[in-house]
Design a protein around this ligand. Structure first.
Ligand SMILES: [Zn+2]
Length: 99
């Protein structure tokens, strides 16, 4: 990848600071930085979700209740079908933590 600022070849780098996150991207020695666009999308989505009150519907499959997560949550946390999550119950609260 070429730098748009000085037109030199940029180096791929890890651990670049973006908001409160560390992302991969390309760094030029002139100081220009391009972040990995997929990772930036995910951080922007996480920041958006942080400010929202999310609602999800409970469904039922035979005797089990099923928690249906919004698409944005799936994308922001990179959740996969069949993946295990950890559930924490505290009084009347339920926390779902990707394992
Ligand atoms: Zn440059």
């Amino acid at each position: 990848m070429k730098c748009h600022h000085c037109n030199k070849e940029m180096k791929y780098a890890r651990g670049l600071k973006f908001n409160d996150y560390t992302l991969d991207g390309w760094r030029c020695f002139c100081g220009e930085i391009y972040f990995n666009p997929e990772q930036v999308q995910r951080v922007l989505l996480l920041n958006k979700l942080k400010k929202e009150v999310l609602r999800a519907k409970l469904g039922r499959n035979r005797s089990n209740l099923i928690l249906r997560l919004p698409k944005d949550v799936e994308a922001a946390l990179s959740l996969q079908e069949g993946e295990e999550v950890v559930l924490k119950v505290d009084k009347d609260r339920l926390e779902v933590i990707p394992a």
